[in-house]
Design a protein around this ligand. Structure first.
Ligand SMILES: O=C(O)CCC(=O)C(=O)O
Length: 275
């Protein structure tokens, strides 16, 4: 997995600031992409996953949610050095994993309505990011196979897009192994797939530590699985507090549920400890 240098971080952060999105090329290698794809195909087969059959998730698109319960290959994604440090620049280092899911757009799918990912949260659009999302290209993303469509600069528009209306957009084409990262206020949507092939991406999405996660990671991931995660991934899943207060359980950092000793860890000091 690629590690972003300070110069990379400056460059990609500036792009997100200016146009609302950026693409990290050669973020992960072919072998990793192949493992992800094999695992996704296995899960889809085992669970007989079908398209959700609605206008937003798609009628010819297969989505698998809650990927962190499905093994180590997916557990590498949220903390990856090719993505997380940039997301932390956009949000902050107390950000949370909002959702980790796959989006496999099959041939014949129509374009997803343009939306912004912070739309459902509904805060005023001040330009301040409370959501920052990424799409890992497991296959090539081309205009023809449904590359994510983006409206450059729209993260600064004062309004949300009107759902279902046509908006001028451009395809964020990228080769397999790349990751698209965008400001949560950017107007965007999955593209139409006019080919016979599939466009497979992993949606690795984050939110500020004060925002409710899209997937309920604390209840959705059995505690015995969360206990095997490294500390950073546990924190991203919500086993931590925001500013030493938000998310506490009986004045304790929730990570003490996974490791009772962590209560003594200074990383997990609570706001009132220093008062
Ligand atoms: O599949 C894509 O390229 C984008 C999907 C998306 O934006 C969503 O489902 O919220």
């Amino acid at each position: 997995m690629r590690t972003l240098t300070d110069a990379d971080l400056d460059h990609h952060h500036a792009e997100i600031d200016e146009r609302g999105y950026t693409v990290i090329e050669e973020a992960f290698d072919e072998a990793f992409g192949r493992r992800v794809l094999d695992e996704l195909d296995r899960i889809v087969d085992e669970r007989n996953i079908e398209p959700a059959d609605n206008g937003f998730e798609g009628r010819s698109t297969l989505r698998v949610y809650n990927l962190l319960v499905h093994g180590e290959v997916f557990q590498q994604i949220p903390t990856a050095p090719c993505v997380l440090p940039l997301v932390q620049r956009v949000l902050d280092d107390q950000c949370l994993l909002s959702t980790l899911s796959s989006i496999d757009i099959r041939g014949g799918e129509s374009a997803q309505p343009i939306h912004s990912d912070d739309q459902v949260i509904g805060l005023p659009r001040t330009g301040h990011a409370v959501v920052c999302n990424s799409m890992w290209a497991i296959t090539d993303f081309t205009e023809a196979n449904g590359a994510t469509r983006v409206v450059p600069g729209s993260h600064r528009y004062p309004e949300f897009p009107t759902y279902g209306e046509d908006h001028d957009s451009v395809p964020a084409e990228m080769a397999a192994g790349s990751v698209l990262i965008w400001h949560g206020s950017l107007w965007h949507g999955g593209g139409a797939n006019t080919t016979h092939g599939r466009r497979v991406g992993i949606a690795d999405n984050y939110c500020g530590g004060m925002i409710r996660q899209q997937e309920n990671q604390q209840l959705g991931i059995p505690r015995e699985i969360a206990s095997t995660f490294d500390k950073q991934l546990q924190r991203l899943c919500g086993y931590g507090t925001y500013n030493g207060l938000i998310g506490h359980i009986d004045k304790q950092d929730p990570r003490t549920l996974l490791d009772p000793e962590s209560g003594h860890d200074t990383d997990h000091a609570m706001l009132w400890d220093g008062a």
